[in-house]
Design a protein. Structure first.
Length: 296
């Protein structure tokens, strides 16, 4: 993606909305694209660009759903469009600090941890009577068939001759795929939950005065899936805050979670590889070692 061109598109969007130029313009690269922060006085917006075709449309739908469900702020969508071949979305700029910068203060940590886990628990209480959401917008009452829908194309990608995965990793993922029914069996009876799908705390803002959640950002493949697809991300950033452990204290997960935790995480990485071309042999090998150490 052409960084100067993206910045120009964002600046033009700001001018079109407010009929003046932005005084501050900061552009930052993310995993899925670029984010531009623009401001003039108290007027602030965020413009997001995605490398993945269709990602912006997914985020629009996810943000609209999250706003209806969660009690904390979610960015408002001003508009989205396409210019010079780039999809983009214009959002309001939520005030707050990224939670990965939460200070190592016991009061701050406890306050944020309690508030955020309560928000996630409330989010996961939202179930769909038709079950698990499929990629075509339909639903299935069976977790196994839903998982096949979510990850079937990912599996076919990674075992294909054109994927970057080594033969050893392909064999390991093939074994995972073959054993998926057994691995998912302990939670096959559970209902769906609405999930953010990328809820690590780098995608959360906190209020630096109250230390409570000030915003929930950047949903990935949100929808009515299984809550463990969210829980696995609570281990990803700032494990010292023990967000995941507090969630598990508040909400029981069925036996075998440690195995499913690494199982779901491996498939999540494979999905990112399919979407973005990312690949890290050592990272994935280490994850398989963690999975194998807890697999029954």
């Amino acid at each position: 993606m052409n960084k100067p061109q993206l910045q120009t598109i964002a600046e033009n969007a700001f001018f079109s909305m407010f009929r003046r130029k932005a005084d501050v313009c900061d552009i930052q690269e993310t995993f899925y694209g670029w984010v531009v922060f623009l401001a003039s006085g108290k007027t602030k917006i965020v413009v997001k660009f995605s490398r993945e075709v269709g990602r912006i449309g997914k985020e629009v739908a996810s943000l609209e759903q999250l706003r209806k469900i969660v009690s904390c702020p979610v960015p408002e969508i001003y508009f989205f469009g396409r210019e010079a071949g780039y999809d983009y979305i214009v959002l309001d700029w939520l005030e707050g600090v990224s939670a990965h910068q939460l200070p190592e203060d016991s009061k701050a940590v406890m306050t944020f941890r309690e508030d955020y886990t309560d928000i996630l628990l409330a989010l996961h209480e939202h179930q769909h009577p038709q079950g698990f959401e499929l990629s075509n917008g339909q639903f299935s009452q069976h977790l196994g068939s839903a998982f096949d829908d979510w990850m079937g194309s990912v599996y076919h990608y990674l075992i294909s001759s054109g994927s970057p995965f080594s033969s050893k990793l392909k064999e390991k993922f093939a074994d995972l795929w073959d054993n998926r029914t057994k691995i998912l069996a302990p939670i096959a009876h559970e209902p769906s939950s609405f999930v953010h799908d990328d809820c690590h705390i780098a995608n959360v803002l906190f209020d630096p005065t109250t230390f409570k959640v000030a915003g929930l950002l950047d949903p990935c493949d949100s929808g009515f899936k299984h809550r463990e697809l969210d829980v696995i991300h609570l281990f990803d950033v700032r494990s010292d805050l023990h967000i995941a452990e507090r969630y598990l204290e508040k909400s029981h997960l069925d036996d075998g979670f440690e195995e499913r935790r690494h199982f779901f995480s491996l498939w999540d990485d494979a999905k990112h590889s399919r979407n973005m071309g990312w690949y890290n042999e050592q990272w994935l090998t280490n994850k398989f070692s963690l999975y194998e150490s807890v697999a029954q």
